[in-house]
Each structure stands twice: as C-alpha cells, then as structure tokens.
Design a protein. Structure first.
Length: 312
C-alpha cells in the first residue's frame, strides 16, 4: 500500500512550460530540452517502481512512502515492513554501469563515452544513518539501489549493498522477509507515523527570472507548437483542424509557472494573442477561477495545474 501519491516534480512541470514558450532557435532551447528529457526519465523510473509495488504481494504488512524528504535528505522511496525498513534509491539510466565498493567510484558508459556520477551507494549510506536516527536504531534499515532502465548493464565490484534491476525487487524483498523472520516485529502504521512526522511539506519550485521574451499564443496539443485561433467558443488549429474549447487552460498554466499566479483580462489577451475583450471575459469567467479586485482592477487567481501530464 502506498501512503502518498507520487507527484510529478515541480521542476519538471516548470521546465516543460519554459521549453514550450522558448523559441526553438534560441540558444537555451537545446539545454532546456535535455533537462526536460532527464527529469522525465527520472520520473518515469519512479512510476515504473510504483507499478511493481502495486503488483507485489506478501503475507507481511508493509507500507510505501514515496519521495520522502527531510531538511537534509531526499529519498526516492521508503518501504516499511514489520521487521525491517528498506530505503530505495531509483536510477533510470542506461548503458554499462560500473560500481566499485573500494574506490567508491560510479561510472556510466554509453555510446563509448564514460562519465563519473554521484555514487548511489554513498547516498544510501547517509540515508540509512538518518532513518536509524529517526527510529532510534530499533529496527534494521536496508538500502537498495534499483535500476529501472532495462538497457542498463550492471558491473559491480566489492559492492556489499544490494544493487539490482527493478524486475528483481520482489525477489529481493522476499529474501529480506526471510532473512529478518526471527527479528522482533514493530507496528507498521506507528513506524510510518513516526517517519511522516519528520517529512517536510512540499516546497514549490522557485525559478529565476527568464532573460528572454516568451512565446505567446495558445498552442495546439495535436501538432506541437502550432498556434490556435479562437472562433465560436472553440480554439481552432489552422494547421491540423483540431479544435478544443479549453485549450487556453494550458496557456494559463504556463503563465502561472513563468509569469505569475494572477492574470488580468488584458494580460490574458496579450499572452494568448486574443483580440476580443468580450471573448476574454467569457473565457475567464468560464474557467471558474477565484478573483480579486473589481472592474478595471479585476484579476483571476490561476490554480495549480499539471495538464501536460494528462496529455501523455
């Protein structure tokens, strides 16, 4: 059972919006695209891990806490069993992965290029100490590195901690249940409450000022960056004939992420390239957003949204 639903990282939602509003010819575009790819791959690995948990069955009571964060630690997942706690470090990287437990070196070789990366084994060492501290050293704590990319080839030398492919996680958990079978049992909900008491609330991602003009307009979701025009209560794409009544919501999401969380009629028209003030009034009222001010000072409060996640 997963105690908390895993959310897409705020930084990924922000980077997707910035990429969509950055001209493809801009020098920052390629770097932004790579950052989106990297964050998307990381989140995909975490969701694959979640699917394994949904399918995992055991006679033992267990709970899963994804994205566990304290002021000094960030853990991809904590799995609480009655006789041990497993901390999972998730890696979604392909290529040949080499880990050396003596030199503490971690390298990835892909397309004949080798790069050194932060060693997840050392990250888990820190995390294990933290969880032992929070639980008063009363229950065994085990760190597991899980690679979710099926193309990764693991080459391990003198690595004592478990480093596995995602498909092998149920097997390893069953091994751990057998290994700690004779240990005293703890109350799983009580342990979870203890850990969650130290969990930090989500902190919104704070972006830096954007040093270049953003692309405006309402983009067609069916043919990438083609702009849409508003006519007869629908946004229509002149390129592929796609039409949507609520295509402006994604533009409003981008505005909230990149500009500000409130918007006026004039700002809405400027950002969506909508000429008609009356159409803008109608569209914004239909959104049902809360408002502040009246008449010329009226502003609409844009709520948090993650609409790109729904279109994938």
């Amino acid at each position: 059972m997963q105690l908390i639903e895993r959310r897409r990282p705020d930084i990924l939602i922000y980077l997707e919006a910035l990429l969509a509003r950055t001209p493809s010819y801009h020098p920052a575009y390629a770097d932004l695209k790579e950052k989106v790819r990297t964050w998307t791959a990381g989140y995909a690995g975490e969701t694959w891990f979640d699917r394994i948990w949904l399918d995992y069955t055991s006679d033992e009571i267990f709970r899963v806490i994804p994205d566990y964060v304290t002021p000094s630690h960030q853990m991809d997942a904590i799995c609480v069993f009655s006789k041990f706690i497993a901390i999972i470090e998730i890696k979604n990287i392909g290529g040949v992965i080499e880990m050396d437990g003596t030199t503490r070196q971690f390298t990835r070789t892909l397309h004949s290029e080798s790069i050194g990366m932060r060693n997840p084994d050392d990250q888990l060492y820190r995390h294990e100490k933290k969880i032992r501290q929070l639980t008063n050293h009363t229950i065994p704590v085990v760190g597991i590195v899980v690679f979710t990319n099926p193309s990764s080839i693991l080459k391990l030398e003198a690595v004592e901690r478990r480093v596995i492919h995602l498909s092998g996680l149920p097997f390893v958990l069953d091994q751990l249940i057998e290994q700690y079978n004779a240990y005293p049992s703890f109350d799983v909900p009580q342990l979870c409450d203890l850990l969650l008491a130290h969990q930090c609330p989500p902190v919104p991602y704070k972006s830096e000022p954007i040093p270049y003009p953003l692309q405006t307009g309402v983009f067609c979701s069916a043919c990438s960056f083609s702009k849409m025009v508003y006519s007869r209560d629908f946004w229509r794409c002149l390129n592929c004939s796609n039409r949507q009544q609520d295509a402006h919501l994604l533009a409003l999401q981008d505005y909230r992420l990149l500009v500000g969380d409130t918007i006026s009629n004039q700002e809405f028209r400027r950002f969506t390239e909508l000429e008609s003030r009356s159409n803008a009034v109608k569209i914004l009222k239909r959104c049902g957003f809360e408002t502040v001010g009246t008449h010329r000072s009226l502003r609409y409060l844009i709520p948090e949204m993650d609409l790109r996640n729904k279109t994938k």
